[in-house]
Ligand binder design. Sequence first.
Ligand SMILES: [Zn+2]
Length: 310
Amino acid sequence: MKREEKASISIMKIICVSIILILISGISVMAVNTDLKDVTITLQNGYEMTTMTSKSKVSDILSENNIILNEDQKTIPDLDSEIASGDTIKITDKSYNEVQIAKISEEGIETSLNQLLENYAPITEKIVVEQVVIPYETITKNTTGTSTDTTNKVVQQGKDGLKEVTYKVKYQNDVEIEKSVISEVVVEEPVNKIVQVQKKTTSRSSTLPRASSASTTGGTVYKITAYCPCSKCCGKSTGRTASGTTAIAGRTVAASSKFAFGTKLNIGGHVYTVEDRGGAVNGNKIDIFVNTHAEALQWGVRYLNVSVVN
Ligand SMILES: [Zn+2]
């Protein structure tokens, strides 16, 4: 019996001690709970972070989270304020004024709200000069002919122009909200690209081109090159033409056999005489005789209207 008594007493002791322990630990948990605050910090970029803190002063909570304010930043509520659990600390621009919003909502005055909006998001204007490319246009010139078989020849290469445009740009919170043109100055005019659609006269090439005398409008476009008496141009420099005449610059041209020797051709407004032939002078090609190789090079390749002069 004695043993049982002893045992029940010790069990009672254990129960008492453990009850006390539970109470103590419960109280301490409650104490910790009341000390720690749940605080939300909203950064200026909108990012929200929540933190548990034992501190209650705003500046202490910020430094605990390694948050340092810029010169133009402030907190709502201010740094010296004491806050409670569940509160939010908002980091914002100094120009943002929440107190004023509260006042206005009481007074309900529209003009001061506008002032406030301007305060919060001031509109700035800037004059901006931009260089803008003026794209060149492509002009197509058709030449007369009967064939549907055509080749495109670029007569003039196009070149983009440039203009300086002055804009007035309005910004709000560094965002462009309005852009209007004030003036435009052309710095460089564009050069049009000219493409000549050359129709190949195939079946009718044997018949003489229209005999429209000195008119240059009714002719056919030929590829006009130039040659001189040098060995590069002629292989041999005799100065004598295939028809037996002496070549004279400004008169002598080499053409294919569709033009008889002596035929007078109006080439781009100047009248020449067919006096020569050439291996490369076939189809719609004519070679104009010049005195020097430099002149021949300078002439290059031209596409000109050609018509037979009666
Ligand atoms: Zn030559």
